[in-house]
Design a protein around this ligand. Structure first.
Ligand code: FES
Ligand code: FES
Length: 161
C-alpha cells in the first residue's frame, strides 16, 4: 500500500492504494466517479478515457504508480464555472448522444484535442476520436458536435476580448 498524490478535477488529493491498482477502478470504486465508464477493460474501446497531463488516455491501462504527481480530469471535472463546456453544449445541440455510454470518453478526447488544436479539420477530429468506439451514432453527429464546439469556443474567446 502506498500514498499516492495527484490532482483530480482541479483538486489535490492523496489516496492509500496499491501501486498496481488500475486508475479506472480507483476512480469508479474508491472515488465514486462513475462518469468514467468501463467497456472492454483492455484499451480497445475508449469508454474509460480521462485526460492525464493534457493527453486523453485509457484509464483501464493506467496503474496508480503512473498517476502520482499528474493532473487527471474526468467528465465530472469538465464543466467550467459550473456550466457545460463548449464540447458538452455542442454534443447536445448536434444530437451526438444516443445511449451515452461512449459520451464521457468522446467528450474528453474532444476536449484534449481542442485544448491542443483549437481549429482541427475533419481528419484531425476523426483521428482524435479513433480510439473511442460508438455503437450507436455512426460518428457523423459526433464529428459535427466537435466542429460545433470549435465555433462555440471561438465565440466564447471573442466575447472575452
Ligand atoms: S474500458 Fe478502457 S479502453 Fe475499453
Ligand atoms: S452513443 Fe451509444 S455507444 Fe455511443
Amino acid at each position: 500500500m502506498a500514498k499516492i498524490g495527484f490532482q483530480l478535477n482541479g483538486e489535490e488529493i492523496s489516496l492509500d492504494c496499491e501501486v498496481d491498482e488500475i486508475l479506472l477502478d480507483v476512480l469508479r470504486e474508491k472515488l465514486g466517479l462513475t462518469g468514467v465508464k468501463e467497456g472492454c477493460g483492455q484499451g480497445e474501446c475508449g469508454a474509460c478515457t480521462v485526460i492525464m497531463d493534457g493527453v486523453a488516455v485509457n484509464s483501464c491501462l493506467v496503474l496508480m504508480n503512473q498517476v502520482a504527481g499528474c493532473e487527471v480530469t474526468t467528465i465530472e471535472g469538465v464543466k467550467q464555472n459550473g456550466k457545460e463546456s463548449a464540447v458538452q453544449k455542442a454534443f447536445v445541440e448536434e444530437g451526438a448522444v444516443q445511449c451515452g455510454y461512449c459520451t464521457p470518453g468522446m467528450v474528453l478526447s474532444a476536449e484534449a484535442l481542442l485544448d491542443k488544436n483549437p481549429n482541427p479539420d475533419e481528419k484531425e477530429i476523426r483521428t482524435a476520436i479513433a480510439g473511442n468506439l460508438c455503437r450507436c451514432t455512426g460518428y457523423s453527429k459526433i464529428v459535427a458536435g466537435i466542429q460545433k464546439a470549435v465555433q462555440i469556443r471561438q465565440k466564447e474567446r471573442n466575447d472575452d476580448i
